[in-house]
Design a binder for this molecule. Structure first.
Ligand SMILES: *[C@@H]1O[C@H](CO)[C@@H](O)[C@H](O)[C@H]1NC(C)=O
Length: 161
């Protein structure tokens, strides 16, 4: 009895992120937490203030997600909102959890070796996130790249991979 109760609690806590992410499906997550943290550091300083810095294309929340990116990532929503509803995009992009799942979905779909080093890893995800899936081999803006690299080095110094 006690064991099955414990099992149930863990089952709920494991499922919870996919339950709250709403309409879309998050089947697996290619991007590590560490990598997500460094992408968010580089792109917004992980500033969780709910804002969109570009009124036309969006660029909202800690990952500065654009509307097109959100669409390509499967239009995840929060609080059971319909993807078609007017504010579904902004609400998701400004919610750190929904935004992170959006990044995961996008990377799952557009996973590629942008820097031709024979691996698909965080360096590629950082490129895909900033430059888009179809131009990820291009040049990264200096500030983005240096903040990202500093963040990764920091983690490496602390013994994380
Ligand atoms: C976060 O962003 C908001 C809006 O741009 C800004 O007012 C605030 O100072 C920022 N916070 C930090 C800690 O940088």
């Amino acid at each position: 009895m006690q064991i099955s109760g414990l099992f149930f609690i863990c089952f709920v806590c494991i499922l919870w992120p996919s339950l709250v992410s709403g309409q879309g499906h998050v089947l697996d997550k290619p991007v590590t937490e560490l990598c997500l943290n460094c992408i968010c550091e580089a792109i917004s300083g992980c500033n969780a203030t709910a804002i969109c810095i570009n009124p036309e294309k969006g660029a909202c929340g800690i990952f500065r997600i654009t509307w097109a990116y959100w669409v390509d990532a499967g239009k995840l929503t929060i609080n059971g909102e319909l993807p078609e509803s007017e504010h579904a995009f902004i609400h998701c992009a400004n919610d750190p959890h929904c935004a992170a799942n959006t990044v995961q979905n996008y990377m799952k779909q557009f996973n590629q070796d942008c820097n031709d080093d024979g691996e698909m890893d965080c360096l590629d995800y950082a490129r895909i996130h900033k430059l888009g899936a179809y131009s990820c081999k291009g040049d990264l803006p200096y500030n983005y790249q240096s903040t990202f690299e500093e963040c990764i080095e920091n983690y490496e110094d602390q013994g994380f991979e």
